[in-house]
Design a protein around this ligand. Sequence first.
Ligand code: SF4
Length: 122
Amino acid sequence: METREMTCINCPLGCMLTVTKDGDTVTVTGNTCPRGEDYGRKEMTDPRRTVTSTVFVNGSDAVKVPVKTKTDIPKDKIFAVMDVIRETRAEAPVNIGDVIVHDIAGTGVDLVATKDIAVSAN
Ligand code: SF4
């Protein structure tokens, strides 16, 4: 049996959750609403996060383009995703929603631009 304390991050109330996993059974207490139960259950069995960052961009006055993973990814892949992001160079122009990296770090999730970046004025 494993028990963890965690703060629900789904709203500013920040309920303190106690999540217990006993075999395949997960119980969550301390949540004020059902979203906290979902959060605690997921954190205990399959923690995931959306990664937001920036990627260097060539051919623009902007140095970087903001990016994010299109959906959440397994939490244990965050460092691998950040390694790819650091090595990636985008080419201007970039439009919101453009895929900057397909299947980043083998997660099955694309990395997409969250801002338009125009080509250099020169
Ligand atoms: S359990 Fe519900 S009320 Fe509490 S922090 Fe999470 S979302 Fe907010």
